[in-house]
Write a protein that binds this ligand. Structure first.
Ligand code: NAP
Length: 276
């Protein structure tokens, strides 16, 4: 039997932390296998997609800018991937290429692991970019109402089309007035990421039971999370989302469902702190 091989494909790819995550799990489970970063330019993606099986890969992860193309090219897709029209996990099954979007699972699995049993009636989601689509798709299964604010008009309204009546699109300037009704506040914008301006938001109107989470994980403690902690609110960082979205793919390619452990977290935290 050939050694099982998986990839992460993107452009650029050298900053991806996925090889560290999957390499850790391969070692932890004593498995023979490889997980390789592959840099493929957009114009070459379709040919990479059609030839990866012949090159010995069982599948892999797909990252920016190929997630939409991977969805379009796949032979079979999950309901989650269809909702987002984007895929981040590919595998071979019955001679066909299957595609899923596990960012959706990763976001909620992180909250479940960090908070234990949690419930929220209303979530306020900041941002309506690619990641926000996964977050909103995940939250639709867990909260009653989602309020979405985005800097550029129109994108929040577009996102509201996912579930008309349950998603309330608002203007960016309306955020402060809507904090009081939020049980969960989620930042999905790039604000707060190293090299970007912080998200300037006065959190005092949030209810005292509110949870604040940021999907930005570089730095691990964004100014938003620091502010939430200073107000004694529960705060959940975005690293767990990255770790949890990796679980289903590893299971498909290497036959073992891995766990997100403190040792894995420590490994990736050290890599983030090293500023690679
Ligand atoms: P994206 O599609 O480019 O969307 C970026 C979002 O940020 C848009 O809503 C954009 O608003 C908003 N934004 C950017 N600059 C802003 C500013 N100055 N003021 C207000 N809003 C601003 O990017 P993405 O893929 O959604 O990623 C967003 C962030 O999530 C990144 O930091 C990424 O690293 C992180 N992320 C984390 C995970 C994880 O596993 N934890 C997964 C995916 C992404 P406009 O529409 O107005 O431009």
């Amino acid at each position: 039997m050939p050694i099982p091989k998986a990839f992460v494909v993107g452009h650029p790819i050298k900053h991806s932390r996925s090889p560290l995550i999957h390499g850790h799990w391969l070692r932890e489970h004593g498995l023979e296998g490889s997980y390789e970063p592959v840099d493929v330019a957009p114009e070459d993606f379709a040919s990479f997609f059609r030839s990866f099986a012949e090159r010995g890969f069982r599948g892999g992860n797909v990252t920016i800018p190929h997630k939409e193309a991977a969805f379009r090219l796949a032979d079979a897709t999950t309901e989650r991937a269809r909702r987002l029209e984007a895929a981040n996990t590919l595998w071979l099954e019955d001679g066909r290429i299957h595609a899923d979007n596990t960012d959706v699972i990763g976001f909620v699995a992180n909250l479940d692991q960090e908070l234990g049993a949690w419930s929220a009636r209303t979530a306020l989601v900041l941002g309506a970019g690619g990641a926000a689509r996964g977050v909103v798709a995940a939250l639709l299964d867990r909260v009653e109402r989602i309020v979405v604010a985005n800097r550029t008009d129109g994108k929040a309204r577009e996102l509201a089309g996912f579930a008309p009546g349950r998603i309330d699109p608002i203007a960016w300037g309306e955020i402060p007035a809507r904090l009081a009704e939020a049980d969960l506040l989620v930042n999905t914008t790039a604000l707060g990421m190293s090299g970007q301006p912080p998200l300037e938001l006065e959190l005092s109107p949030l209810p005292s039971h509110a949870v604040v989470t940021d999907i930005v994980y570089v730095p691990l403690e964004t100014p938003l999370l620091a502010h939430a902690k200073a107000r004694a609110l529960r705060a959940v960082d975005g690293l767990g989302m990255l770790l949890h979205q990796a679980v289903p793919g590893f299971g498909r390619w290497f036959g073992v469902t891995p766990k997100v452990t403190p040792a894995l977290r420590a490994l990736i935290e050290a890599d983030i702190v090293s500023g690679r």
